[in-house]
Design a protein around this ligand. Sequence first.
Ligand SMILES: [Zn+2]
Ligand SMILES: [Zn+2]
Length: 240
Amino acid sequence: MKTIEYRHRYQHMYVAARYSGARHLISVAVIGLVVTGALLVYCVPLATTRDWLVVPTTLTLASFVEYWMHRGPMHHPTRGLRAVHERHGRRHHRYFAPDAMTFQNARDLHAVLFPPVLIIFFAAIATILGAVLALIWGAAAGGLFAATVIGYYLAYETLHLFYHLAERVPGRRWRWLAFLSRHHQLHHDPRDMLSCNFNLVFPIFDWLFGTLRTSAAMDPRTGERGRAGAIGQDSPDRVS
Ligand SMILES: [Zn+2]
Ligand SMILES: [Zn+2]
């Protein structure tokens, strides 16, 4: 099935007529920014140099969790997390093929962004863990931890959305963003999606675990490395 046909099928099967991409985007952004902003207003005036060490530590931890989730449950059926695999490995990867990475209208946001309820879930988990850290380390450290986790989630959603925007969008050609966009496009190659480029925000764990790829996979028909944009459409369902 071609990508365009799959998109029609997806919209028919999974997206309600009343769905609004703008409302989806705004609700994720508002929830994330309000919670992160409130935490920062509370903890920044209290934070000592020692408390700020929580930020790089949390960013590294969040990058590892992102890598682990993407390499594992998002691409392999896992007990208790099958919906995550269904939504990402089977649907998102079919909706956006390497030669059809960009979305065409606001309803396509349904296939890019996580459901709004997920940021509420993440904010609740981050706040609970932050409260535990506050008891051990101090209130400012706990607040900075929770704000960094939610900020990382927002960065993931923003960058992933950016990778699926049209090439002409301002910033797509900036060197680092162009690298990250290409990094994600290569991951969308059905031949490579189980083996490379699992980080979307900072590719540090792809680099550390040897799964960083910067050029397209070998074409089995020609024995040559092909363009990521010249690949078949149906593999995600077969591989998953
Ligand atoms: Zn993926
Ligand atoms: Zn994607």
